[in-house]
Design a protein around this ligand. Structure first.
Ligand SMILES: N[C@@H](CCC(=O)N[C@@H](CS)C(=O)NCC(=O)O)C(=O)O
Length: 235
C-alpha cells in the first residue's frame, strides 16, 4: 500500500505534511486522528508510542515520526519536485536550518497558548500570563520571519520548499489564537501567508481538515482507518 499519513485534527501541525504530500504528487493515503477524543486508540502506539501526529507509515510497514524527519523523507523521494535538496549541499543545510527553527523555536512559541486552550481550571492571572508569554514569543518569531521575507519570495529564497509547506500549518495558529493582525504588524509575513492560503495544496489540506473529500493534485488515494491498518501494524 501507498504511504499513509496519520494527521491530527483540530489544528494539527501535521497539516504541513499533508501540503507536502500534495506538492510531491506521489500516491499516498491519509488516516484521520481526532486528537480531542481521549484516550486515543491503543493501536496508535504501534505507529507512534508518544501518541502524537504526524506519523508516516511507509510502504514496508515502518512508521516514521517527527515532522522534520517526515518532510526530509518526502523531499528525498523526488528531487524533480524541487521541494528539497541533496544532503551535503548548502541548500540542504538551509532547508534543515529553517525546518529546525520552525519545528523547535517557532512551534514552541505557541506552547503557552495551547496550554491555555487545553487546561481546565486556570485562574485569571494564570490565563493572562500564558497569553502574554505566548504572544511575546510568537511576536518574536514573526518579526524574525518577516525580516527574512522582506528580501525573499519564499522562506528559503526564490522557490518554494518544504519549509513553506510546514509553515503553512503553523501560520494558522496566529489567527486561531487571535494574537494580532499580521497585515498590520508583519506585512511581508502576511504577504507570504496570503500566498500560501491561495495555494491548492494548502486549500486541499484545509478541506481535508474540515472533513471533506477533495480530489487533490493527483497523489491522494483516499482515507484509510486505523482499524483497517491493524493487520499491517500487528504483524
Ligand atoms: N515533535 C513533534 C511534535 C508533534 C506534536 O506535538 N503533535 C501534536 C499536534 S501539533 C499532537 O499530536 N498532539 C496530540 C494531542 O494533543 O493529544 C513533531 O514535530 O512532529
Amino acid at each position: 500500500m501507498e504511504p499513509v499519513l496519520f494527521y491530527g485534527v483540530p489544528h494539527g501541525c501535521s497539516f504541513g505534511s499533508i501540503v507536502a504530500l500534495e506538492w510531491l504528487e506521489q500516491p499516498y493515503r491519509l488516516c484521520r486522528i481526532e486528537m480531542l477524543k481521549q484516550p486515543w486508540d491503543a493501536l496508535y502506539a504501534k505507529v507512534n508510542p508518544l501518541f502524537l501526529t504526524p506519523t508516516l507509515l511507509l510502504e514496508d510497514g515502518e512508521p516514521l515520526t517527527e515532522s522534520q524527519a517526515i518532510l526530509q523523507h518526502l523531499a528525498a523521494r523526488s528531487r524533480e519536485a524541487g521541494l528539497g535538496f541533496a544532503q551535503g549541499g548548502r541548500e540542504f543545510d538551509r532547508l534543515n536550518e529553517m525546518l529546525a527553527y520552525l519545528n523547535t523555536d517557532f512551534f514552541a512559541a505557541f506552547g503557552p497558548l495551547w496550554i491555555l486552550y487545553e487546561k481546565q481550571g486556570l485562574n485569571g492571572v494564570q490565563q493572562e500570563l500564558l497569553r502574554q508569554l505566548g504572544r511575546e514569543a510568537v511576536e518574536q518569531g514573526c518579526a524574525h520571519l518577516d525580516g527574512l521575507l522582506a528580501e525573499r519570495e519564499w522562506l528559503l529564497g526564490e522557490r518554494r520548499s518544504l519549509a513553506d509547506a510546514y509553515f503553512s500549518g503553523l501560520a494558522r495558529w496566529i489567527s486561531y489564537h487571535r494574537l494580532f493582525d499580521p497585515e498590520q504588524a508583519y506585512p511581508h509575513l502576511a504577504r507570504h501567508m496570503r500566498r500560501l492560503q491561495a495555494d491548492p495544496g494548502v486549500q486541499f489540506a484545509e478541506a481535508v481538515e474540515r472533513g471533506e473529500n477533495p480530489a487533490g493534485a493527483g497523489g491522494f488515494r483516499g482515507h484509510v482507518t486505523l482499524e483497517a491498518l491493524r493487520p499491517r501494524l500487528v504483524a
